[in-house]
Unconditional design. Structure first.
Ligand SMILES: Cc1ncc(C[n+]2csc(CCOP(=O)(O)OP(=O)(O)O)c2C)c(N)n1
Ligand SMILES: [Mg+2]
Length: 344
């Protein structure tokens, strides 16, 4: 392994003001939608698990901007930001959290199981690390078909301790699969801090064990995220093999809605809030010539869109009980190829 730690040279233009405005808008929208989701949870309009992404928005938005619509995305249960960055509407996302039929997973998946085939967004999984081999599988399909697609897999620092993660890494590198493994290191796995759960604190170093290209970058600035993930995606798409990245980030809320997050060190949350990704994007926009009124108008539009999603979800119908077992298995098994025993 010669230079696993060196990111390839940048090959993307700096984002234009309209692009950056769109990224800012999306980060703000994710945050506002999640703030309303937190409210709905305390009102018992959302039941079950609900893991908020607040603080990490730059990672989802910057990385989604590095993909094409044909690329595949697989993620864990902290998935609200990723699916919205992929283009799923706040209405469809919020309706899913409320368990209503217009939800992106028909109202029967809930917060942890957001999924949209149309957006090549393959979930939303609750088993820590269990989804990582699925991303390798999607990348295998892309390579087998030679269609130029890349799979992007998000996972946490806790998931980078799991066996499924190591196995997926080994196989992806062996077969040079077009996959980017993106660890969102937010310093905690539930209430367990990073240094209590891992000897390595930069999860990209896991790539060294299998000879995979890898690097770490700060995840607080959407442009920096975009540039880093874009380089990794380009590398994977070129056929040069997978990449493992670590984005250093931080979640402002507890692990899930039931966690008051009392385990943080004094001042820790404030020190990360000082690097807030939305404030960073605002500063970038002002430097590019945006004015304060423009940003205030945009914030008003985003607040209204988030509220609209809440109201829509609140009024939407619950799924028809007759659909309970739909979407569990494919409606039909594919026909067996001649001369084979088929897939069963
Ligand atoms: C296999 C498995 N073990 C344990 C759990 C319980 N659990 C849910 S989330 C979590 C922490 C994962 O942390 P991380 O991967 O860092 O993701 P984050 O929540 O920080 O986004 C654990 C241990 C689980 N869901 N699955
Ligand atoms: Mg974590």
């Amino acid at each position: 392994m010669a230079d696993g730690q060196t990111p390839p040279a940048p090959n993307s233009e700096a984002p234009t003001r309209p692009q950056l405005t769109e990224w800012y808008r999306m980060m703000l929208l994710i945050r506002r939608v999640e703030e309303l989701a937190a409210k709905a949870y305390t009102q018992k309009k959302i039941l079950g698990f609900c893991h908020l992404y607040i603080g990490q928005e730059a990672v989802a938005v910057g990385s989604a901007a590095a993909l094409t619509p044909d690329d595949y995305v697989v993620t864990a249960y902290r998935d609200h930001g990723q699916i919205m960055s992929r283009g799923v509407s706040p209405r469809a996302m919020m309706a899913e959290l409320f368990g209503r039929s217009p939800g992106v997973s028909h109202g029967i998946g809930g917060s942890m199981h957001l999924s949209s085939r149309e957006h090549n967004f393959f979930g939303g999984y609750g088993i820590v690390g269990g989804h990582i081999p699925l991303a390798a599988g999607a990348a295998f399909a892309a390579k087998y078909r030679g269609d130029g697609r890349v799979a992007l897999c998000y996972f946490g620092d806790g998931a980078a301790q799991q066996g499924a993660f190591f196995e997926a890494m080994a196989m992806a590198q062996l077969w040079k699969l077009p996959v980017v493994f993106l660890c969102e290191n937010n310093y905690y796995a539930m209430g367990t801090s990073l240094e209590r759960q891992s000897y390595l604190i930069d999860m990209s170093q896991r790539g060294d064990g299998v000879g995979m290209k890898r690097w770490q970058f700060p995840g607080f600035d959407v442009v920096e995220v975009y540039e880093n993930v874009r380089r990794a995606v380009d590398h994977a798409r070129s056929g040069a093999g997978p990449v493992i990245l670590e984005a250093v980030t931080y979640r402002y809320r507890g692990h899930s809605m039931s966690d008051p997050a009392k385990y943080r060190k004094d001042g820790e949350l404030d020190s990360f809030r000082a690097k807030d990704c939305i404030k960073n994007a605002e500063a970038r926009l002002l430097a590019l010539g945006a004015n304060a009124e423009e940003l205030t108008r945009l914030q008003g539009e985003v607040d209204a869109e988030a509220q609209d999603a809440y109201d829509f979800a609140d009024k939407a119908p619950i799924p028809d009980p007759a659909t309970l077992y739909d979407y569990v298995y494919a409606p039909e098994a594919p026909a067996a190829a001649p001369g084979t025993e088929g897939g069963r």
